[in-house]
Design a protein around this ligand. Structure first.
Ligand SMILES: [Zn+2]
Length: 343
């Protein structure tokens, strides 16, 4: 089987592939946790298994299914959890066994309907590839989007929506093992769900935890993210499988707490003097407060969270991430990346 290496072609910062994090509990890790480099999880019980998230495209999902085949031979996948509505966590659903039941929480299911389609993103990737030679900010934006999307085969994605929804919490019996699904959003997206295994001391925390990668807050509120981190820490698990990045333990969650505490305060100061998200984010990244997070993946995407925070500070409802809003944000993210690289 091909090894699991960064899709960006960059060197691996941690070992990818299947890792047993507790007896018959596995993380599927995709270095380095940048855009679309998402993780997943597997819980194997007696005669039944559960999969947590299905990655961004069907070939990535099939690679994962191949890697777990021996573990699920006598314990077929009966349940698949989609932790939230971002495509990089559920667009591989169509590769799952037809008899497996796919579930997600109600707010995530609603947000899935508002997502751009995989084919629309594939078209965008193609256009961005063509336009990436243009001079100026159009070329910069196009290169950024093209680099982000080109590792993925989004055109071939067949959408399979979840079969059932739940709200707030649900306790499952996965082949004799207790799995608690806790909806801790809205934070990263409208409906962030984690899967907690009390018997194993493992939490599949999805995109409420990023490790050495700058988190993205599309929805918010940031206070919701901070209270979700408190809840996760109170579970006192040995292992937290993040949505992006290497396996986390308590110190990595505490780093996330410091990140949001710093960003909320620092972005509020910039917002108070009327700076727009682009100017504010560049200053934030150049400030000493950012030093702890400087080697995390994708610093430029801090801008998206700053834009969401500014809405919070103004008392506005969360962003509705329409294609036009996404395009404007990515244009600014691309401009910021060029500025940070001194171009
Ligand atoms: Zn993600």
């Amino acid at each position: 089987m091909a090894s699991v290496v960064p899709l960006t072609g960059r060197p691996s910062r941690f070992e990818g592939g299947l890792r047993e994090v507790a007896p018959r509990a596995y993380a599927w890790l995709q270095p380095n946790g940048a855009w679309g480099e998402a993780n997943a999880g597997l819980i194997v019980g007696d005669g039944a298994s559960m999969l947590i998230d299905t990655l961004w495209d069907e070939s990535l999902a099939r690679q994962m299914l191949e890697a777990i085949a021996t573990h699920v031979r006598d314990a077929p996948i009966r349940t698949v959890l989609n932790t939230h509505s971002d495509g990089d966590h559920w667009w591989g659903n169509a590769t799952m066994p037809p008899e497996a039941e796919i579930i997600t929480c109600t707010p995530s299911r609603e947000a899935m309907d508002a997502e751009s389609s995989p084919q629309a993103l594939a078209r965008l990737a193609r256009l961005a590839g063509l336009a990436s030679r243009a001079p100026g900010s159009l070329g910069g934006l196009s290169r950024y989007v093209s680099d982000m999307l080109s590792p993925f085969d989004l055109a071939a994605v067949r959408l399979r929506y979840p079969d059932h929804t739940f709200s707030e919490r649900l306790t499952l019996d996965v082949g004799g093992r207790e799995v608690q699904l806790l909806v801790l959003g809205p934070a990263h997206t409208p409906g962030d769900t984690v899967a907690y295994m009390p018997d194993a001391g493992v939490v599949f925390a999805a995109d409420l935890v990023f490790v050495k990668a700058i988190p993205v807050m599309w929805h918010g509120p940031s206070t919701g993210w901070l209270s979700a981190l408190e809840t996760l820490l109170a579970l006192d698990a040995d292992v937290y499988v993040p949505g992006h990045g290497d396996i986390a333990r308590t110190p990595e969650l505490e780093a996330m707490q410091r990140f949001w505490t710093w960003l909320r305060a620092a972005a509020a100061d910039r917002h108070a003097v009327g700076e727009d998200p682009l100017t504010a984010t560049e200053a934030l990244i150049r400030s000493a407060g950012f030093d702890e997070f400087r080697d995390w993946e994708c610093p430029e995407r801090l801008l998206i969270s700053v834009a969401a925070l500014n809405r919070e500070f103004d008392g506005q409802p969360p962003m509705r991430v329409t294609p036009a809003v996404r395009a404007r944000l990515f244009r600014h993210v691309a401009i910021l990346k060029r500025r940070l690289e001194g171009r």
